[in-house]
Structures are given as C-alpha cells and as structure tokens.
Ligand binder design. Structure first.
Ligand SMILES: O=c1[nH]c(=O)c2[nH]c(=O)[nH]c2[nH]1
Length: 265
C-alpha cells in the first residue's frame, strides 16, 4: 500500500497486489544446478516495493509499465515479463458532504486489475479491467422469442430482475496515456447502458455496453465482457395465500448462465 502524502493530512492511497512472471534464458536453473540466471523471487518482491516507493502514484496501469520496463532494462537475459496488478480500491469518505483528506472506505464491489505483457524489442501490451462487479436492475429486462425445443421449460417474460457480476477487460492501444480516466469512463458507460436501456437479453445489453465503451474511449482497441446471469427466482407464495407478484425472490448461485463476448473496432 502506498500513501501519497500531498501534505501532512491530505493523502491519496493506492493498494495493489502484484504478480510478476519473468521469461528468458533461465534454462540452466531448470536443467542443472546452475542458479546464476535466477533473479530470486525475494528480490522481485523487494524490487516492486522499491519501485512503489519511488514511482507508484494512483494509476495502477502506469505502475505495471514501470515494473515491466525495469525488469527488461535491468536483466539482459530476460526476454519478457507478464505483470498483473490487482487493486483494492479505497474511496475517500465524505463527512457532511465534504471529502475527507485522509479517511477512506473500502469500495468492495469488484476488483480492478491491470495487465502488462512485455516482450523485448516490442511495444508493451497493456490492458485493465474489473472482475466481480455486482449490479442489478429490478425491471426493464425481459427474455422472449428464444429457441423452443422439447427441453424448454423457461417461461418468456418482459419483466424480470436482471443481475450480473460484471467482468470486463479492455486493451489499450499504443496512443493511450490516461488509463485511470479510461477505467472510470468505461465503468460509467456500463452503468448507463445497464440502467437506462431495456434489456431484451443479457447478450444484447453486453454488446451495447461494449459498443458504448469503444465509442467513449478512443484509446481502447477491444473489450472483453463477461456477464453471468445471476438468477433471482420468484418464490411461489400461493400456498401461503399470497399471489405471485414477483415480490419475494430467492438469489441462487448455481446453476447459472455465462454470457461472454469480445467486441473490437
Ligand atoms: O438474457 C438471457 N440470455 C440467455 O441466453 C438466457 N438463457 C436463459 O435461460 N435465460 C437467459 N437470459
């Protein structure tokens, strides 16, 4: 965790968990007892801490670049590095409508991550995304007109609860610089489509989110979206002398549908 101290009491924070995987001329250590090529994992850990001290700000994706560049520049026998950074987000607390300078609450809805793929002599490939962002709408969603066969039992509906644990990963092109703004703009686009558009299927909503993300953020070349259908089953209360009004629902984990797509320009 890095505390960025603008002054004695006004702080920003950035908490990150890092995976660093190195590739290159490391055969000796696997094929013999020659350990000279090994950069000890303990040294990798210390390096990340040192780089965080000197260069980590509030932008996760920029820090992935710092780490990848450092390892390839420092060790000529490395051919590549794969970096994944997962961020625990802390939202600044607001007290009486005023943002507090150094008190935060964990923003628990999903985990932002960034990935960087670094190969010697090539431009880095950077992406970022979110996993497990739980969102729900209680109407303006339906599912009708689907394929019917002897195994179909699902009744069509034009009014259902739609919940999903949104997963998304967007790939930056080489002109991108403001990664954090891109992250925020894409999540906002997803929320807007989800909330404001009637959903005839998860598939259609997913594609509309992808289209709006690509339109709003010119510096991304593709977006991969995963929207599992988190089902809420309407409980039958007729035996308790209450009509079925879709009012009391049971959240279920399994089984559930997985809807995924990659949308490119
Ligand atoms: O939006 C949906 N898409 C599906 O593919 C599907 N399958 C299903 O059983 N319910 C739904 N809902």
């Amino acid at each position: 965790m890095k505390v960025i101290r603008h002054d004695e009491t006004h702080h920003d924070v950035c908490e990150i968990e890092a995976d660093v995987l190195l590739q290159g001329e490391l055969d000796g250590s696997y094929l013999s007892e020659d350990n000279r090529s090994i950069i000890p994992t303990d040294t990798v850990k210390n390096t990340v801490h040192f780089l965080a001290h000197d260069q980590l700000g509030t932008c996760r994706t920029s820090f992935a670049q710092v780490i990848g560049k450092h390892f390839l520049e420092t060790y000529p026998h490395l051919a590549g590095a794969e970096i994944e950074l997962r961020e625990r987000k802390w939202d600044r607390l607001s007290i009486d409508g005023t943002p507090h300078p150094h008190a935060f609450a964990h923003s628990a809805n999903g985990e932002f991550f960034s990935r960087g793929s670094f190969s010697r002599g090539q431009a880095p490939v950077l992406s970022s995304g979110i996993r497990g962002h739980l969102i729900m709408k209680t109407t303006q969603s339906g599912f009708e007109g689907y394929n019917i066969c002897e195994f179909t039992t699902l009744p069509p509906t034009s009014d259902r609860v739609f919940a999903t644990r949104l997963g998304a990963e967007w790939s930056f092109d080489s002109t991108a610089t403001d990664y954090c703004s891109a992250d925020a703009a894409i999540l906002t686009a997803a929320h807007e489509v989800f909330a404001n558009t009637y959903s005839p299927s998860v598939q259609r909503t997913l594609f509309e989110i992808g289209e709006l993300a690509l339109a709003r953020v010119p510096h991304i070349s593709r977006i991969e979206l995963k929207m599992p259908n988190v089902h809420f089953l309407s409980l039958d209360l007729t035996k308790l002398s209450r009509p079925n009004q879709n009012a009391v629902l049971l959240p279920t984990d399994e089984p559930h549908g997985e809807i995924e797509a990659v949308i490119t320009r």
